[in-house]
Design a protein around this ligand. Structure first.
Ligand code: BGC
Length: 426
């Protein structure tokens, strides 16, 4: 039941041709690196894989995620083991209500105040698309994850933060660096292997948003000139924006209801910021077309606000979901589960393509290392029931024809640890 509905709206995972989409993804990577029009921005980070493990060092770290803003001090001990200290967790400015530029940076300076004197080095993990300059400041390209702070778009983040610190008479750290959360995840993966040079490293995120970073040789970053020819650096693909595949009519209509229609279309089909609302729209249409009852749709109103935990409950058949639908609703519940399960399966296929593409690119370019370490972070990847298993099954299938060995690791406090590792590069 529901298969015809799923296929009509292009919601069946099998309607997404893996090898074809992978080919398009690889093509967009190449174009993005050459500075040609591409849905993948392929942003250079100017951060290489550090060759030396830090010892007895302390770094201030900031982590601006989807909804949270966290600060801490990371201390690497004598054995290079990182310890997170002085941790605080605040709301991300602009998540609940709109803030102007001044308020945005003032709030961050306030968050920073208790730890600002702890170190002269600062690493800022920033989970939004930002163009990084060679001084490693970042200019926000546009907001994602529905953040409302329009005055910050186009602004350099560290320069503005420094001004906000000056205004308060607080010291400016001498070495500051901003990096994407995927680059932070990648570096956290490097710390997790104790800075082993055996691996090609990747950093992947699937939480409120999604994205991937990997290490590219400077010579292949054609849009950049004057880089040391034998070096390499992390590239933030900004893969949430990948759009070289056809979506269904419900996806298109849903996109129109978001803050940035036409942008981050991959993210809107797979990430925690959108999956709940997308599923809700799908079920609204299912009810309009008589695939589920109108009563069932009303029971699902929660989806819009509860998001992925509620999706998990539906997939696992949690007891209160069953009682919600009651005896008579058993058929409805089964159809709802079939539909949601397929939307999740489709998301897992697209995620697997995203995670495999940089590996295939590196393997195709004759990387000398055949071992890959993917440091994966994000609530949806680990907590949405069955997501991870589904994605990893597809990754295994996609990578089968290639001579690679890979492991997917979860590093505790990855963004903070990665930001600290980058702070040593600055
Ligand atoms: C942002 C990326 C970020 C990703 C994961 C996306 O919405 O554009 O910069 O890495 O979310 O947090």
């Amino acid at each position: 039941m529901g298969q015809k509905f799923l296929s009509k709206h292009r919601l069946l995972a099998s309607q997404y041709q893996v090898r074809e989409i992978l080919g398009a993804f690889l093509d967009e990577m190449e174009k993005g690196l050459a500075g040609q029009t591409s849905s993948l921005a392929m942003i250079p980070s100017y951060v290489p894989v550090p060759e030396r493990a830090p010892q007895d060092e302390k770094i201030i770290v900031l982590d601006a995620g989807g909804t949270h803003f966290r600060t801490a001090v990371v201390r690497f001990d004598r054995d290079s083991v990182p310890r997170v200290e002085n941790f605080t967790d605040h709301p991300m400015p602009g998540v609940d209500k709109e803030v102007d530029k001044e308020e945005f940076f003032d709030r961050i300076a306030d968050y920073l105040k208790p730890v600002i004197k702890e170190s002269r080095r600062l690493g800022f993990c920033f989970s939004y698309p930002a163009l990084i300059d060679r001084q490693r400041d970042g200019q926000l390209l546009y907001w994602t994850k529905e953040i409302k702070a329009p005055g910050v778009v186009g602004e350099k983040i560290l320069a503005n933060l420094s001004r906000a610190l000056d205004k308060r008479g607080l010291p400016r750290p001498t070495n500051m660096i901003i990096l994407n959360d995927t680059v932070a995840a990648l570096l956290a993966g490097v710390a997790a292997t104790r800075f082993s040079m055996e691996y090609n490293y990747l950093g992947f995120i699937l939480g409120t948003g999604t994205n991937i970073a990997y290490i590219e040789s400077n010579g292949r970053i054609k849009k950049e000139s004057g880089l040391p020819a034998d070096g390499s650096m992390a590239i933030n693909c900004e893969s949430a924006n990948f759009n070289k595949f056809s979506r269904g009519d419900i996806d298109l209509a849903f996109d129109e209801t978001t803050a940035g229609p036409g942008r981050h279309v991959l993210e809107k089909m797979i990430s925690g910021g959108y999956l709940g609302s997308l599923c809700y729209r799908v079920l609204e249409v299912a009810s309009a077309e008589g695939v589920i009852s109108a009563g069932a749709e009303r029971k699902l109103k929660n989806l819009e606000t509860l998001g992925t935990p509620f999706l998990s409950d539906i997939l696992t058949g949690a007891p209160d979901i069953r009682s919600d639908f009651g005896e008579g609703g058993a058929g409805d519940l089964e159809t709802v589960r079939t539909i949601i399960s397929e939307v999740v399966e489709r998301a897992a296929v697209l995620t697997a393509i995203n995670m495999s593409a940089p590996i295939i690119r590196l393997a195709g370019n004759g990387s000398r290392k055949r071992k890959y370490s993917i440091s994966a972070d994000g609530s949806v990847y680990y907590k949405l029931h069955s997501y991870r298993e589904r994605a990893e099954k597809h990754i295994a299938e996609i990578l089968k024809p290639y001579d690679v060995e890979y492991k997917i690791v979860q590093v505790e406090e990855g963004p903070l640890i990665g930001a600290a590792v980058s702070g040593l590069v600055a």
